[in-house]
Design a protein around this ligand. Structure first.
Ligand code: CDP
Ligand code: CDP
Length: 226
């Protein structure tokens, strides 16, 4: 029997979710879906339309002409917004914060969650985000909640961005802490560990160590089902 799982990975910014999810998916022959990229694409769309997070009815209207596509690329997933490749453009601290603000809108979440569930109907998906284990795929066969200290997460983001932008470590720490606060305290689908998720503090773990552990645990659970 060829058992395929859906794997949900949630946690705060910089915990290592997307990097780890991509590797785990590759090792298992699964498809990786980065839901954060969808919220980021929404934020970019709103920015281009001049719509602010404090304008929910305009945002609702603007969601009607937004088309997001996720495509497999050479170094990870590529993101298309209305046909244009915005993969790099959506990775700025400004877009990070805006994504977190528009992610509080009910209409935005409804539309993206529907898309995410649709993408996961065929098993063999690794999906990362904030509400995957709790809301998007509550019946996922394996759920992880990745965390790390704010200092460590800011350092990781800084290492990633320091050659590409002017941003400082302090700014990133502030942005991440603000986003944690927003994501944990919003009314709809706040960032929470699902009851049946495994908690993994990655502060002192390398990417390889995390990936190895997750693959091992997944394979052993699959074996147990066969
Ligand atoms: O998706 P999420 O925001 O949770 O984190 P990420 O984008 O996967 O990881 C943020 C950065 O931390 C990336 O540059 C990773 O390569 C790095 N990282 C690391 O250095 N050590 C880890 N144990 C996990 C991630
Ligand atoms: O990569 P990083 O962890 O910094 O952020 P992301 O996963 O790209 O997500 C950007 C923002 O989108 C988050 O701060 C959340 O506010 C929102 N988001 C969400 O609400 N639900 C998800 N499933 C994924 C992202």
């Amino acid at each position: 029997k060829n058992t395929r799982f859906n794997i949900a990975i949630d946690g705060p910014a910089g915990a290592g979710k997307s990097t780890v999810a991509r590797h785990v998916a590759r090792k298992l022959g699964y498809i990786y879906i980065d839901t954060g990229a969808m919220y980021r694409a929404v934020a970019l769309h709103m920015l281009e339309q001049g719509i602010r997070p404090s304008e929910p009815s305009k945002a609702k209207q603007a969601m009607k002409d937004i088309r997001i596509e996720l495509l497999p690329g050479e170094d990870g997933q590529r993101v298309l917004l209305n046909g244009l490749d915005v993969t790099r453009q959506i990775r700025t601290p400004e877009i990070s914060l805006m994504a977190s603000q528009f992610a509080q809108h009910e209409d935005v979440r409804e539309q993206l969650v529907a898309m995410q569930r649709e993408l996961a109907t065929k098993k063999g998906i690794v999906m990362d985000g904030r509400d995957i284990g709790t809301i998007v795929l509550p019946s996922a066969e394996f759920k992880w909640f990745l965390t790390a200290s704010v200092d460590e997460r800011a350092k990781r983001r800084y290492a990633e961005l320091k050659d590409k932008s002017e941003v400082t470590l302090e700014q990133l720490k502030h942005e991440i802490a603000e986003r944690d606060r927003q994501d944990e305290n919003r009314v709809i689908s706040p960032l929470r560990q699902a009851e049946d998720a495994l908690l993994l503090d990655t502060t002192h773990m390398s990417i390889d160590e995390i990936v190895e552990l997750m693959v091992k645990e997944t394979l052993s659970r699959i074996e147990g089902e066969q």
